[in-house]
Design a binder for this molecule. Structure first.
Ligand SMILES: C[S@@+](CC[C@H](N)C(=O)[O-])C[C@H]1O[C@@H](n2cnc3c(N)ncnc32)[C@H](O)[C@@H]1O
Length: 388
């Protein structure tokens, strides 16, 4: 199925969209979008320039419902490595590259939900300068973390240092504290058990001491265990809770006293109350794959095409989507490449919009990859649009 034949098939629908009064509202001049196929506009592949697609989404030219709605924006732009890849040229003056980044991030802002996060994936070529742009666009207080992703395991002896990682800068316009309340923790498959038949179900215990640095006087006291053993907090540490709070937790059955009631108190953490684990800032290839895993998988799937050089592993995108969104939320990627963000989002039941300027890449990789995902019939369709 070629993009051109889809273009023809949808001429009538495109015209009605183009003449729609949705286009007349905003002051931003919207490029004329062509809706090529629209079984469902829940999810959409847009062939075109990122900036023009963002303007079209903001203006309503591609349908209502995108403003203030994007919960996750994952961006994997050309890094400005100075290389020429099979499907895109990655050579630009640093100033121009940064201006393009800034311009698109500014256009992205009105599309973001209040509790959104933006994940910008880069290498050492521009990441440090891009951080400054992110600070400018979203505010320094919006910075959440930089994730280090182990992108390769093999050594490159041609270089002074063999770089094996990328950076993923995470910003939440609402700020990290507010975002922590909506983001999902990682699955907590730690060993829970229920040796005392606790009615709250399986639990595991955690120490009840913390570093003394920020302690108040009420966190230093002698704990007397159920068997009468006395414990002071270890050197340099204090009890997590005041004596009153410890007594309250104990009455509530939430304290475990090891060694038959002689040991230091430990807090029972219940499986049913677990909010998941805070993600670490270093993600290894063994957990989420590396570039070669992603590339080999695409080459196996598409043996007839020149390899797409820089795909990301589906497992990496699945982790990001899982942390940053819930089912039904909207994910945006305006450097879609081979379509990994769309594939991961679709598999996890999220809505998504992906923008890619190279129609050959969309035709060779994105559409077939999505076709495979949709074939089992359990997912809705997706729309396909061109922005010129
Ligand atoms: C690093 S690749 C993305 C790879 C993708 N994450 C994947 O897993 O396949 C960057 C992609 O952005 C596209 N691109 C570059 N500049 C663009 C722009 N201004 N608008 C839309 N797409 C663009 C390139 O054609 C390329 O396919």
């Amino acid at each position: 199925m070629s993009l051109d034949s889809l273009d023809m098939a949808s001429a009538t629908r495109s015209q009605s969209l183009a003449t729609s009064d949705r286009l007349s509202g905003p002051s931003v001049p919207a490029p004329a979008p062509v809706l090529v196929r629209g079984e469902s506009l829940d999810s959409l592949v847009i062939v075109g320039e990122a900036g023009e697609a963002l303007t079209a989404l903001t203006s309503g030219a591609l349908g209502e419902g995108y403003l203030n709605s994007v919960k996750l924006c994952y961006l994997d732009p050309p890094y400005n490595t100075g290389e020429r890849f099979a499907y895109y040229d990655d050579r630009q003056g640093s100033h121009d590259w940064l201006e393009a980044l800034r311009g698109n991030l500014l256009k992205l802002r009105p599309l973001l939900a209040a509790d959104a996060s933006v994940w910008l994936h880069l290498d050492d070529s521009e990441q440090h300068r891009a951080r400054v742009v992110l600070d400018e666009v979203f505010g320094r207080e919006a910075f959440v973390a930089t994730v280090i992703w182990q992108k390769r395991l093999t050594r490159d002896n041609r270089t002074a240092f063999s770089s094996m990682h990328d950076y993923i800068h995470v910003y939440a316009p609402g700020g990290p504290r507010a975002w922590k309340k909506v983001r999902n923790g990682l699955a907590d498959d730690g060993a829970f058990s229920n040796p005392d038949n606790d009615p709250r179900g399986p639990w595991r215990s955690a120490p009840m001491t913390v570093q003394a640095g920020h302690a108040t006087a009420s966190q230093f006291y002698t704990v007397v265990t159920p068997t009468g053993t006395r414990h002071e907090p270890p050197a340099g540490r204090c009890w997590t809770f005041t004596a009153e709070r410890l007594a309250q937790l104990d009455r509530d059955g939430r304290v475990y006293w090891p060694r038959g009631g002689e040991g230091k108190p430990r807090l029972k953490r219940y499986e049913c109350e677990s909010e998941g684990l805070a993600p670490f800032t270093i993600w290894g290839a063994s957990e989420v794959g590396d570039t070669s895993v992603a590339k080999k998988s695409l080459m196996r799937q598409f043996p007839g095409h020149a390899a797409f050089d820089t795909p990301k592993p589906v497992a990496l995108l699945e982790r990001i989507v899982q942390i940053a969104t819930d089912p039904g939320d909207l994910v945006l990627d305006y450097y879609l490449g081979s379509g990994t963000t769309a594939v991961a989002s679709q598999a996890l039941g999220r809505r998504w919009v992906g923008v890619e300027r190279n129609a050959d890449v969309v035709e060779a990789f994105v559409l077939p990859r999505l076709g495979a995902t949709f074939e089992d019939g359990s997912h809705g369709g997706y729309g396909l649009a061109r922005v010129r």
